[in-house]
Design a protein around this ligand. Structure first.
Ligand code: NAP
Length: 297
């Protein structure tokens, strides 16, 4: 297949491009910058330059690339910029989907999130509705996710991969990243993350497992799929383990709980034959230090 990856230079895209090539696909990576194009080419893929907010520019490059599949990994989260990420999910998705449809692409695989579900006690499966009407700023994020998934669904086949919180190389949770700074008391660390060691439940996913799920989704039917590890966990459990792995002080344990923080079930992804190589954050957090310095994983 010819696969256009929008977001080819991001935390997931960087791992995804070589995996798609290894699976025998032709890959075209999109970036806004000359340095991004160079990185994509060094990975062995073709590269095209456009800004997702430039509707005409996107139409031009996607038409020329003529992909069968588009992968949407566009965020502005390396700058913890929730507002621009919401715009990318709305306007960026609109531009990408319209360009892909007019270029004759049949499938989109889009990066969504697994923590936009309505409140509940159990880890959410894909049948649970999104948390419409949530207070701001969460409400704007949920709305951005709804637009991302609804606009993607205008394509013939649309798979929304609802990733858990990403950890591993290139993420906020890697050694030396923004979470380590925040846990060390750096009040300037700009974060969208919730780091209380309380009863709120989070589902994580190693960034390489997220990339592997994206490769598998080239053959999946339409609809949302949670891509999370096997162990949703309370902050009381995972925050101290992460602090130890990052060499930062462990925060005090609390008893509060965000009612939407329920984690997610990966039963559907398992039923399709995908399983995380990093089955739990419990071992994954400690491994990411060695792996991030040694290789792309
Ligand atoms: N589920 C999660 O927990 C989750 C999901 C996503 C990200 N994050 C966090 O966010 C951090 C950064 O992630 P990331 O590296 O994927 O994000 P990023 O560096 O902000 O950007 C991701 C990709 O989007 C592209 N992009 C952004 N704006 C664009 C635009 N207007 N037009 C075209 N392309 C655009 C970038 O390409 P160019 O810059 O090359 O143009 C890049 O390839 C990570 O540390 C991760 O922890 C978390």
């Amino acid at each position: 297949m010819r696969i256009l990856v929008a977001g080819a230079t991001g935390a997931v895209g960087r791992l995804l491009v070589p995996m798609l090539l290894d699976s025998g696909h032709e890959v075209i990576g999109l970036s806004r910058s000359a340095s991004g194009l160079e990185r994509v080419r060094q990975a062995g893929a073709s590269a095209v330059q456009a800004d997702a907010f430039d509707r005409d520019g996107m139409r031009q490059v996607v038409t020329t690339a003529a992909p069968d599949v588009v992968v949407h990994q566009l965020t502005a989260l390396s700058d913890a910029d929730g507002e621009t990420t919401n715009r990318l999910r709305e306007e960026g998705t609109r531009n990408l989907v319209d360009a892909a449809n007019s270029a004759g692409a049949q499938r989109i695989i889009a990066q969504s999130i697994a923590w936009a579900y309505a409140p509940g006690e159990e880890p959410a499966d894909e049948a649970v509705s999104l948390d419409f009407g949530a207070e701001q700023p969460r409400g704007a994020m949920v709305d951005g996710i709804r637009r991302l998934e609804e606009t993607s669904a205008e394509m013939q086949t649309a798979v929304a991969l609802r990733y858990g919180i990403l950890y591993g190389p290139g993420t906020w949770y890697a050694p030396g990243g923004a979470v380590a700074a925040a846990l060390s008391g750096d009040s300037k660390a700009r974060l969208l993350a919730y780091l209380e060691a309380d009863r709120s439940v989070t589902s994580f996913i190693h960034v390489a497992d997220a990339a592997r799920a994206t490769v598998a989704a080239v053959d999946w039917p339409s609809g949302p799929v949670n891509i999370v590890d096997d162990e949703p966990a309370e902050g009381r459990q995972w925050v101290p383990v992460l602090a130890e792995a990052l060499g930062t002080p462990a925060p005090e344990l609390g008893t509060g709980r965000q009612n939407w923080a329920r984690g997610a079930s990966n039963a559907l992804a398992h039923s399709r034959g995908w399983q995380p190589e990093h089955a739990t954050w419990r071992t994954g957090f400690a491994e990411q230090g060695h792996r991030s310095t040694a290789s792309t994983e």
